[in-house]
Design a protein around this ligand. Structure first.
Ligand SMILES: [Zn+2]
Length: 303
């Protein structure tokens, strides 16, 4: 255990963290196979520049329980679906899940493959990509801390209708599919909560089908950036023109032109492998109507 800890390169994700806040810190081994988690509280960090580690460090192949520190309120769970559950139900539900760290471009499951686990992203963002036989594809849904991956299982279907691929790396809860089905069968309240999100995802799929056909790549790119910002609360995240081209279903040249245009209008800054949102207001103006309609739908169904 000690050797593992020493070999860890900690990646602190503490930008924009207010004082007196609980935050998760992640660590990942150099081989990318193991991961750890520390719960901390920042206490008046601007003055004292001190981080107090309250939680204990647990290492187990990226899997560990949520309640590492009793001072972290369960109803502040980063996944909004889980956070919306009544407290007692939330504890019981989370206790049957693992915490995993998802890597950038990790394929959760392929189109047509069995859905082995249901994922409830916390800080990760996952794309559902509709893939064609020639290898081309386009994003049809974006799933972050507002939802869960594996909606077909909710409807009794055991196979994925689209590829699930991680766009923004981060943390997620996951539950085995068979356990998930058992939970649904025995819990009407949970079933109702998840039904609302399943409805929201169907609405997103329909909206995206129209958006992909009728709206310009630049509008769709602005929409996607805003959706990721909503789900991560991060202004900077990894993005390459290859990733963007795949998501928008356009050529790399077109993706590059879109990024150039947004950058020239001072909405974003693009650096090597990263994009930073500079002006969210202007980005909203550049996005198609699908962003606002989609956001209102999710907020209504999750309220
Ligand atoms: Zn649109």
């Amino acid at each position: 255990m000690r050797r593992i800890i020493c070999s860890f390169a900690f990646r602190f994700c503490i930008s924009s963290v207010p004082n007196q806040s609980h935050i998760p810190l992640y660590s990942e081994s150099r081989d990318g196979k193991s991961a750890g988690y520390v719960s901390v509280i920042l206490r008046d960090s601007r003055r004292q520049k001190t981080i107090f580690v309250l939680g204990s460090l647990a290492l187990r192949s990226g899997v560990l329980p949520w309640d590492m520190s009793s001072s972290v309120a369960p109803n502040q769970h980063p996944n909004r679906l889980i956070a919306a559950l009544p407290l007692g139900m939330q504890h019981a539900f989370v206790s049957k899940m693992e915490l995993v760290l998802l890597r950038k471009q990790q394929i959760i499951y392929e189109q047509g493959e069995p859905i082995t686990h249901i994922y409830f992203p916390c800080s990760a963002v996952i794309s559902l990509m509709m893939m064609m036989e020639n290898g081309s594809g386009v994003e049809v849904a974006t799933i972050g801390n507002d939802g869960f991956l594996g909606v077909p299982r909710y409807f009794g279907e055991g196979f994925a209708f689209a590829r699930g691929i991680v766009q923004i790396p981060g943390e997620s809860r996951r539950m085995r599919s068979d356990l998930f089905v058992q939970e649904l069968e025995g819990n009407e309240n949970l079933r109702e909560r998840l039904r609302r999100y399943a409805g929201a995802q169907l609405a997103q799929l329909a909206r995206t089908a129209g958006c992909n056909r009728l709206h310009a790549a630049e509008q769709r790119c602005a929409r996607w950036l805003l959706m990721v910002h909503d789900r991560t609360d991060a202004k900077e995240f990894p993005l390459t023109k290859e990733m963007l081209a795949d998501m928008l279903g356009v050529s790399r040249t077109s993706a590059s032109l879109v990024l150039q245009s947004l950058e020239q209008q001072a909405m974003v800054r693009v650096t090597r492998g990263k994009i930073t949102i500079l002006d969210r207001g202007r980005l909203r103006s550049a996005a198609c109507e699908c962003y606002q309609i989609g956001k209102e739908t999710v907020d209504r169904l999750l309220s």
